[in-house]
Design a protein around this ligand. Structure first.
Ligand code: HDE
Length: 684
């Protein structure tokens, strides 16, 4: 695999787009004669204040950072397009959904929530999934997550939630993790969070790749068609290559081996032309369904099972272009939930209503003024006509005399478009003005249970393990106990397992629920990752550990079989310079063994001579390469002669460890890899 094929990193001079040649200048365009030394009075004398070149260079450097996002600080984004595959003009007047085949450009940013900008990618955390659609009728921002529900029901609690999740204020740690007292103290006092707790303790929060996860709009939105008729809608993104997560032990190790694991994965995939793709689906329903549903559709801690309201696929999103400049695009992009287009509307979900204030407000702080829509990544790609003017960094300044409406100059325009302009759905509202939570939001446990019982045994085990791990990091016994006292309402067995894992004296007395939970909601297969995995190795990566003297045919056959299946092979060797095959061919390595633990791969294979395997057996990273792959239930392909390494690693081959001596073995091996893990080993 070529390491880096991005044309932008080929070593050419870093120039501004308008740079005219080779001559270095100041930002004012003044030619520079010396870029190594400050201006001095004598070679050993003091620096002079007069050195405008030095002062400008340092001043600009000092101001390179803008405030990181208060949440979702760490993110990665790419450009692409959205294409309609099933037009829905009957449901919405939104131009972008009006015609099959219609395409609009998108910019999509994925993120973790709690960690700071420099935090590792494999933190156990919700992933942001924010899409900016540059439509012909303005920008629509669908600012969602990879989990369809949220912790809280009312925006009033968001600052508390985030304060509790981020590093504790006195000590400044831990960051990028919820395994600490403040988080679980808060959560255990918030029964409404229990459904989300099941999701965050599941493998959803440790995705293998941003390419292999679902996305959700979370809130109920509204579609409005040309006749003004409204429907409720929930948005879903479904990854074309299926879902996949890592194991917790892998996450912990990946964070050390490659803290940029997720962003590197997106970068490599797009560079290799393996463009990440999702389908956009909608769950559409009316007032009658909303009234009959067990829960309130305005409550963001609830989802609507796909088995109840099927997801209708209406389009696809393909991310096919990396950014040119991380700061200009990924850092400066300003998603705003209130950016919607005619044909789409909000509902009264009190979380969404609060977000509609917060996002605009936060952009002014981060980007420094009201003209952030002038920054190219935020600018609509359709015509704009308004009378807003001036302000910090105004880049698009109108010409002419008229800066108010109505005016009698020119032809009097632009004017509001009564028919085509955005109009809110004319919902009738009556009610007392009060700070209040609706009674219909009072059920906190039923869907938490439904999520749990929808998981496979393996996934249920991971949820229990994650709860035990996180709560074991909590110092205060009362917090651990208070949290576990919620679990009997979700599942008795889960409560018992976690209580036992924490060494509590039995399951604590359950809290009194605000409303009696419904315990017989039907399980939903759509909620499980393992029931919705891939059926091939496409988009996945094999770590191939090799030594000198290996058989050329076995090597070629394996590489070819993986690539034919749409996967990638990364060559790992004792030296980065690579190896020489039995046939005398020099094969460069992508990684030296010390820098490529098997946690970075979806499956591994080892092609080695007996001599090579004996040498590997003496290397700790080579032994853990195999031992970890085995412990993580990965498939392992082996050539003859690898026994010394296996013995040294303490691995006793089972049915998930396969011989790949001949070409046909390679094909069978790669076919097996579609299952991703040999779970029988884990359960055994
Ligand atoms: Fe956000 N959220 N959020 N959020 N959120 C931000 O906006 C906020 C919520 C989400 O890649 C901030 O530009 C409030 C739910 C994503 O740039 C801020 C509430 C969901 C991103 C903000 C929520 C999200 C943000 C910080 C509760 C899933 C990153 C910087 C009422 C549906 C977007 C920024 C990107 C970012 C506020 C809850 C998703 C502070 C007040 C629910 C993906 O405005």
């Amino acid at each position: 695999m070529e390491r880096d094929r991005n044309p932008g990193t080929g070593g050419e001079t870093h120039q501004h787009p308008d740079a005219g040649g080779d001559r270095l200048t100041t930002a004012q365009g003044i030619p520079v004669s010396d870029n190594q030394n400050t201006l001095k009075a004598g070679p050993r004398g003091p620096s002079l204040l007069e050195d405008f070149h030095f002062r400008e260079k340092m001043f600009h450097f000092d101001h390179e950072r803008i405030p990181e996002r208060v949440v979702h600080a760490r993110g990665y984004a790419a450009h692409g397009f959205f294409e309609v595959t099933d037009a829905i003009p009957d449901l919405t007047a939104a131009h972008l959904f009006g015609e099959k085949g219609r395409r609009v450009p998108v910019f999509t940013r994925f993120s973790t929530v709690a960690g700071n900008k420099g935090s590792p990618d494999l933190a156990r955390d919700v992933r942001g999934f924010a899409v900016k659609f540059y439509t012909e009728e303005g920008n629509w921002d669908l600012v969602g997550n990879n989990i369809p529900v949220f912790f809280i029901q009312d925006a009033m609690k968001f600052p508390d939630l985030i304060h509790a999740a981020k590093q504790e204020p006195d000590r400044g740690f831990p960051q990028a993790q919820t395994a600490h007292d403040n988080f679980w103290d808060f959560i255990s006092l918030m029964p409404e969070a229990m459904h989300m707790v099941m999701w965050i303790m599941s493998d959803r929060t440790i995705p293998r790749s941003l390419r292999f996860m679902e996305g959700f709009g979370v809130h109920t939105f509204r579609f409005v068609n040309a006749e003004g008729k409204g429907h409720f809608v929930k948005f879903h993104w479904k990854p074309k290559v299926g879902m996949q997560s890592v194991l917790w032990d892998e996450a912990v190790k990946i964070n050390g081996a490659d803290p940029d694991f997720h962003r590197r994965d997106i970068w490599n995939a797009i560079q290799a032309g393996d463009f990440p793709e999702w389908e956009l689906g909608v769950q559409v329903f009316d007032d009658a369904f909303a009234d009959s549903f067990d829960f309130d559709v305005l409550d963001a801690t609830k989802l609507i099972p796909e088995e109840l309201v099927p997801v209708r696929i209406i389009g696809r999103m393909v991310l096919d272009r990396l950014v040119d400049n991380f700061f200009a695009e990924t850092e400066q992009v300003a998603f705003c939930t209130q950016n919607i287009v005619p044909g789409i509307d909000f509902t009264n979900d009190p979380l969404l209503q609060g977000r509609n204030f917060s996002y605009l407000d936060t952009q002014i702080k981060r980007l420094g003024g009201p003209n952030f829509t002038h920054i190219p990544i935020n600018a609509p790609r359709c015509p704009m006509h308004h009378f807003q003017q001036d302000g910090h960094m105004a880049m698009h300044n109108p010409k002419g005399r008229a800066n108010y409406e109505p005016n009698g100059w020119a032809k009097g325009g632009p004017r509001a478009d009564l028919k085509g302009g955005f109009r809110s759905f004319p919902e009738e509202i009556v009610g007392e003005k009060r700070k209040i939570r609706a009674e219909t939001f009072a059920d906190h446990y039923s869907q938490a249970r439904q999520f749990y019982v929808s998981q496979t045994d393996i996934e249920q085990g991971h949820i229990a393990d994650a709860l035990v791990f996180e709560l074991s990091k909590v110092v205060a016994l009362e917090v651990r106990t208070r949290m576990v006292a919620h679990l009997p309402h979700i599942d008795a067995d889960l409560a018992a397992k976690v209580a036992d894992g924490l060494g509590l004296d039995g399951v604590p007395t359950p809290h009194t629920p605000a409303r009696k939970p419904i315990s017989d909601l039907v399980a939903s297969d759509a909620l499980s990752i393992l029931k919705n995995g891939p059926d091939s190795f496409a988009g996945r990566k094999l770590g191939l550990l090799v030594t000198d003297g290996i058989d050329d045919d076995a090597f070629d056959a394996l590489k070819e079989a993986v690539e034919k299946a749409g996967g990638m092979v990364e060559i790992v060797a004792p030296k980065v310079g690579g190896i020489v095959t039995a046939g005398g061919r020099k094969v460069p390595a992508d990684q030296k063994i010390d820098g490529a633990p098997s946690v970075l791969y979806d499956a591994v294979a080892i092609l080695a001579t007996t001599e090579g395997a004996t040498a590997l057996a003496g290397m700790h990273p080579a032994r853990t390469f195999v031992a970890d792959a085995f412990a993580h239930a990965k498939f392992i392909g082996l050539s003859e002669g690898t026994d010394p390494l296996l013995d040294a690693a303490g691995v006793k081959p089972d049915a998930g460890v396969m011989t790949i001596g001949a070409a046909k073995d390679a094909q069978a091996f790669v076919q097996t890899l579609g299952a991703l893990r040999y779970w029988d080993r884990k359960t055994a």
